[in-house]
Design a protein around this ligand. Structure first.
Ligand code: 1HE
Length: 268
């Protein structure tokens, strides 16, 4: 078991409760949680350690009124990076966000305020996005003379389609409110995104870890495969997950009629 509490974190906070629900907090509120190079390294460290830490689900939240203002533009301007240096920075962003998406531990983001640029790249790497009424999504790269470098070109079109992403980048269009959930930027829109994120995390944590692992890594991998290979990989994953010992008790209790039944009124 990896002890994440032992990591030295200056830009993030990490907490784990007795039920294995971890909280990762973006903790640069004074800079609107802009992603500097150090924060990205801390995200790599935390999300690398999470799968072996006993964590059942993660809530990714932020201090202050905004989830994340994207790339730290002050640091970027100050560092005068060469193309090769910034390419390496982008690869570290990919490392961090791939750890989140492919790590096999469910990550639920509690969104608020600005979720822009690299903030949207971060949010689009998690498994469930919960927004509140203050949340807005944007890709202001076009206005800043920049381009996305943290995986948006792969993940954002998966959520909302290429045409909407190109429009956001060219025109600075923001999505908020009901429209944001309708286009697919968030799965939930509620008054209190943190309370909902914890409620979902607790629900998700009741599944077997192996089922969650498959949902939070296999599906992403399969999207990168041909249909034929994905179907083969799906059969292999199902072979492992659907025959696990942890599922046997659940199947027995279903057969005995003691398992909870699916109730449509309780969905969502
Ligand atoms: C920052 C950043 C930042 C705020 N980098 N320091 N992202 C953007 O283009 C978004 C830029 N930020 C904003 O548009 C606004 O700050 C917000 C709408 C997010 C919030 O507004 P507000 O009025 O609450 O805060 P503020 O007064 O603008 O900022 C407060 C402080 O945060 C201030 O620092 P201070 O030292 O003057 O107090 C700001 O400089 C600082 N701050 N945002 C650095 N982004 C891998 S490529 C990814 C490419 C991108 O992500 S491009 C998108 C960049």
């Amino acid at each position: 078991m990896r002890d994440i509490s032992a990591l030295t974190l200056d830009n993030l906070l990490f907490q784990m409760d007795a039920d294995g629900i971890a909280t990762v907090t973006l903790n640069r509120a004074a800079k609107r949680n802009a992603l500097n190079a150090e924060t990205i390294e801390e995200l790599v460290e935390v999300f690398s350690a999470l799968p072996a830490s006993g964590t059942r689900a993660v809530v990714l939240r932020a201090e202050g009124p905004h989830f994340c203002a994207g790339l730290d533009l002050i640091e970027h301007g100050r560092e005068q990076r060469s193309p090769a240096e910034f390419m390496r920075i982008c690869l570290r962003w990919h490392e961090a966000f791939n750890k989140i998406e492919y790590g096999g531990v469910p990550v639920i983001a509690a969104l608020k305020g600005a979720v822009v640029g690299g903030g949207l790249e971060l949010a689009s790497s998690v498994h469930i996005r919960v927004m509140d009424e203050t949340t807005y999504f944007g890709l202001p790269e076009g206005q800043r003379g920049l381009f996305t470098g943290g995986g948006a070109t792969i993940r954002v079109p998966r959520l909302i389609g290429q045409a909407r992403m190109v429009d956001m980048m060219l025109t600075g269009r923001l999505y908020s409110g009901e429209e944001a959930t309708q286009v697919g930027l968030a799965q939930y829109r509620v008054a209190d995104s943190e309370a909902k994120a914890y409620e979902l995390a607790r629900r998700v944590a009741q599944n077997t870890p192996l089922s969650n692992f498959a949902a939070c890594s296999a599906i992403s991998h399969m999207q990168n495969m041909s249909g034929l290979d994905a179907a083969y990989a799906e059969a292999m994953v199902a072979g492992i997950v659907n025959t696990q010992d942890a599922a046997k008790g659940r199947l027995d209790s279903f057969a005995q009629g003691t398992a909870q039944k699916i109730k449509p009124g309780e969905a969502g």
